[in-house]
Design a protein around this ligand. Structure first.
Ligand SMILES: NC(=O)c1ccc[n+]([C@@H]2O[C@H](COP(=O)([O-])OP(=O)(O)OC[C@H]3O[C@@H](n4cnc5c(N)ncnc54)[C@H](OP(=O)(O)O)[C@@H]3O)[C@@H](O)[C@H]2O)c1
Length: 325
């Protein structure tokens, strides 16, 4: 597994990290045993950056990570700001931020968080900026080592970058959402802010296994949020209408270099961006994680293919993306 530096945190992280939303059951049920097997596989493959949030499965994702004891050299990043205590709040309070952080510390069974990320909080709260000072105070108090922000749009990312102590940005970035190449990535690099890529496979569309008749369980956000009924539409299938996303993935399959699978192409395309520190692909099975780590060992893509994928994105995919980029 190749590693990269996570911006000014100085952490050295695996190029392929682990997204742990799945451990909360929001991609269909994942048993305790399956969750432990995924974490064990991550350890055995040197996947040392795990991303979770206080709200995943109502705390279940964090609890499962907390219960998994073999975490030497693993960096666990969690998130705050979307729990029920923040709902409808125009102004976030320091007390609630502290309560959220101490809750995560307890569930993760640690003394201090490695990285606390703002979890797609309202843009006005980012604009106001007072929340950044709360996080600075949490750092001074020793509750967190570093803080960063998970954002939904380029504009939100730029707002977070105003804070000198923001060390990481987590963003949606994949073959179906390429804009950050020209915008957020260079800005983050300028500030030495580590880029954490989420939705690398557009919620699984870019695994290439989905068809227009694929059915998801009732508790899977790819069922109940496919049109943004529960939260930001961009978090599900990268904002693409499902049928269109399946058709686009099928089209890209025709351009695969010999011996390369679609998920490998999708992950390698992201890793070819030097501003990216780690990709937190989510998995529901250990074999998916094993397959994803192989992208770290592959050669960069040919420039002609990258150009073709860019044109395809601009001409066909981008106009279909909903919810803002
Ligand atoms: N607002 C935020 O901050 C936010 C929002 C969303 C996600 N995240 C984080 O980002 C992580 C990644 O995003 P995501 O999980 O939503 O999207 P993703 O990584 O693009 O897609 C994950 C899905 O892709 C499929 N998959 C993964 N590897 C595969 C492989 N090798 N072969 C076939 N299928 C494969 C699995 O689908 P099946 O389940 O169908 O097998 C998996 O559930 C999350 O786990 C979470 O930690 C953060």
């Amino acid at each position: 597994m190749n590693t990269r530096r996570l911006g000014k945190t100085g952490y050295i992280v695996s190029e392929i990290g682990l997204g742990c939303w799945q451990l909360g059951g929001d991609f269909g049920p994942v048993s305790d045993q399956a969750a432990a097997d995924i974490l064990k596989t991550a350890r055995s493959l040197d996947v040392n950056f795990w991303d979770t949030a206080d709200v995943y499965g109502g705390g279940q994702s964090e609890e499962r990570i907390g219960a998994f004891k073999d975490k030497k050299s693993v960096l666990v990043a969690t998130k705050l700001g979307r729990g029920p205590q923040f709902e409808g709040m125009a102004r976030y309070t320091k007390e609630r931020v502290k309560d959220s952080i101490t809750g995560s510390i307890k569930r993760l069974d640690v003394e201090q968080l490695d990285l606390a990320q703002l979890h797609c909080i309202p843009i006005d709260v980012l604009r106001d900026g007072e929340i950044f000072t709360f996080l600075d105070d949490m750092q001074t108090a020793g509750l967190i080592r570093h803080w960063g922000a998970s954002v939904q749009t380029v504009e939100e990312g730029m707002l977070a970058l105003r804070a000198a102590s923001c060390t990481t940005l987590q963003t949606i970035f994949n073959l179906f959402r390429q804009d950050a190449v020209e915008t957020l990535l260079p800005a983050a690099q300028k500030h030495d802010v580590g880029i954490i890529v989420r939705l690398p496979l557009a919620s699984g569309l870019l695994s290439g296994k989905m068809t227009k008749t694929t059915i998801f369980t009732a508790g899977d956000h790819r069922n109940y949020n496919r049109d943004g009924d529960a939260f930001f539409v961009g978090e599900t299938f990268s904002g693409l209408p499902f049928d269109k996303g399946v058709a686009f993935a099928d089209e890209i399959k025709h351009w695969l270099p010999a011996g390369m699978s679609l998920p490998h192409l999708a992950l390698r395309w992201i890793l070819d961006q030097p501003a990216v520190s780690t990709i937190i692909a989510g998995v529901t099975r250990p074999d998916q994680l094993r397959a994803n780590t192989e992208a770290s060992r592959m050669d960069p893509l040919e420039p002609a293919l990258v150009a073709k994928l860019h044109d395809f994105y601009i001409e066909k995919v981008r106009p279909e993306v909903r919810g803002g980029i």
